[in-house]
Design a binder for this molecule. Sequence first.
Ligand code: ZN
Ligand code: ZN
Length: 268
Amino acid sequence: MKILDALLNLDLNYLIIALLALFFTLEQALNNPFTYKKRGKHLFQNLLFQILFYVINLFFISVLITAIEWLNANNIGLFYIIELPFWLKLILGVILYDFCTYWLHRASHKSPLLWRLHRVHHSDTTMDSSTTFRFHPIELAVVYQAGNIAAAALFGLDVIALTLYYFIVYIFFFFEHSNLNYPQWLNKTIGLLFVMPDHHRVHHHQNQFYTDSNFADIFIIWDRLFGTFKLIPVSKMHYGLIEFQDEKKQSFLYLIKSPFINVKKNDH
Ligand SMILES: [Zn+2]
Ligand SMILES: [Zn+2]
């Protein structure tokens, strides 16, 4: 368990910075399936989301930890009814946090209120690794933290499993959003179980028929099990949302305001 302790003590932000440096460098150095200009500006805009989220989350993360520790102290949730070894609870914890996130993500596409926040992530017309950061901070700090608390309450999950889940999910996030050429065999092998970039590219398709699919973050099995899996050739895909296509609507300030305004297709 020493490796696990060391991992959990490591600040998640170090991992995020290292992943961004790695994937962004590879995107600039290698051949990409989609070549875009102005990558510096795009990176800067997306970084602003992460900085604002970090500041807001200084408060919300303490709410999250306090809530989960209270649930655990009061033995609330499934894992307090059935006895399991620590390591199994940890693995199942990661799987179940991902399971709950799948349903919350699916609900975010269905509910008009949640979609107002979530569409910020889908607005990116030139997706790359920095799109990992393009989430409305209220969605991450409030909606997803509430989802994590609900998952902990249902299944009796703890903060250790949640921390491990975040370490894994950020690796997947950068991998899924990165603008790199990956071999096709990935989809037919580990892609049977785990989310691959091609799966998540379909999720960022401008056509809503495809946007409403592949909701999983780590385990694509949720989509395969619950009938939301779609895979199509991604080489000619248009990313983003039609109502956010205008260059002005790609700015950080506009996107932060966007949940509170009616975004129309052609309001230049
Ligand atoms: Zn989505
Ligand atoms: Zn995404």
